[in-house]
Design a protein around this ligand. Structure first.
Ligand code: PMP
Ligand code: GLU
Length: 397
């Protein structure tokens, strides 16, 4: 559409959102679709957070909020970073946004000039590459493979760095692979960044609490590079608050001020009511978070055992987040009733139409050989979904 800007015409539609939309359309037609495409906890927001929001309405938290968020919320985030992560920040280093997605976009737009390079390990979360496109940056991908648990090495990182590198962007625990970098692995990456003082690092830690190995490790823990690390986090995943739209970033003051300026011209501060609920989340301990994590772990184990039994797919054990990212390339070239599966996107559409299970193509995350399956769904639905997937795949030859 020529009247639209090149900027928007060049942008890809979010595949996670597209598949969720297709799934909803089939559901509206009365088809029993199991939605494993969208990455959001199926749990309800904990009661005490809903109560905090209701109280905020009654107490007239109805005015515009400070662009960077209520000071009391930013102070609670500082406390959280100290107590849970042993990281020291001041409240003017925190900017609260309309979801971690906006925090990420803010930082990319504030740091990247046209033509500058951003290193992104693949598989990466779907929106990273498009945010870089919006900033007119160049994405340099590092291919992390299933054989290496979808994690990159320090040598791979160093080989990707050029004089034009401005930013490195990754998530751990990772969406879509569930891989988790250990403190030691992060130390080896930090040692590389120490040698390149002009590179900034976005550390997307939104799945911090959905981690089945041990304590969450952050690359901001390395003092030599901490000033160049931007932590991204939020309330969507840990507190089942996806629709409330609260995320935040923590960084040096210059980057925080820049994000405040950008946000002040685009959205202003996020919802007053949501911020009051987020404050309650950080003031009331991790009980609900731990209960949710335990449930995710149970589901992960069930789905892993079932997926291992599906012929023709290769699956790694995810240590965090709530996704499986199996390799499905053995099915490429196979067909049923003239319907040829050429790639992962075809396979996802086939699974949606044949098995009524929605998943997302790996291509959306920079890996054309895989599909992403979210296991943020009830246990019985997950069991039924894998059984339907297995049956649909068995029809392909
Ligand atoms: N980063 C990652 C890796 C995600 O999976 C998501 C999920 N949507 C986000 C950021 C954005 O989260 P939100 O905007 O809901 O806070
Ligand atoms: N982060 C989730 C996902 O990856 C939500 C969808 C989105 O925000 O793109 O599916």
């Amino acid at each position: 559409m020529t009247f639209l800007s090149k900027r928007i015409n060049n942008l890809s539609e979010s595949q996670t959102i597209k598949m969720a939309k297709l799934g909803r359309e089939l559901t509206a037609k009365g088809i029993d679709v199991i939605n494993l495409s969208f990455g959001e906890p199926d749990f309800f927001t904990p009661e005490h957070l809903k109560e905090a929001a209701k109280k905020a309405v009654d107490e007239n938290y109805s005015y515009y909020t400070p662009v960077s968020g209520y000071p009391e919320l930013r102070k609670a985030i500082v406390e959280k970073l100290k107590n849970e992560n042993d990281l020291t920040y001041t409240f003017d280093q925190i900017v609260v946004s309309t979801g971690a997605k906006q925090s990420l976009a803010n930082v990319v737009l504030c740091l990247v000039n046209p033509g500058e390079e951003v290193i992104v390990p693949t598989p990466y979360w779907v929106s990273y590459s498009e945010m870089i496109k919006l900033a007119e940056g160049e994405t340099v991908f590092i291919n992390a493979t299933v054989e290496h648990d979808f994690k990159i090495t320090a040598a791979q990182l160093e080989a990707a760095i050029t004089p034009k590198t401005k930013l490195f962007m990754f998530s751990s625990p990772c969406n879509p692979t569930g891989s988790v970098y250990s403190h030691e692995e992060l130390a080896s990456l930090a040692a590389v960044f120490e040698k390149y003082p002009n590179i900034y690092i976005i550390s997307d830690e939104i799945y911090e609490h959905i981690n089945f190995v041990d304590k969450h490790a952050s690359i901001a823990a390395f003092d030599a590079i901490k000033d160049r690390v931007i932590i991204i986090n939020g309330f969507s995943k840990a507190y089942a608050m996806t629709g409330w739209r609260v995320g935040y970033m923590a960084s040096n003051k210059e980057i925080a001020n820049a994000c405040d300026k950008l946000q002040g011209q685009i959205t202003s501060g996020t919802s007053s009511i949501s911020q009051r609920a987020a404050l309650a989340a950080y003031q009331n301990g991790l009980e609900t978070v731990t209960a949710m994590k335990d449930e995710f772990k149970k589901r992960r184990d069930i789905v892993y055992a079932l997926l291992k039994e599906v012929p023709g797919i290769q699956v790694n054990l995810p240590y965090g987040a709530f996704y499986f990212f199996p390799t499905v390339k053995d099915y490429f070239g196979k067909s049923v009733n003239g319907n040829v599966i050429s790639n992962a996107e075809d396979l996802c559409l086939y699974l949606l139409n044949e098995a009524h299970v929605s998943t997302v193509t790996g291509g959306a995350f920079g890996n054309e050989e895989c599909i992403r399956i979210s296991y943020a769904a009830a246990e019985d639905q997950l069991i039924e979904a894998v059984s339907r997937i297995k049956e649909a795949l068995s029809k392909l030859s």
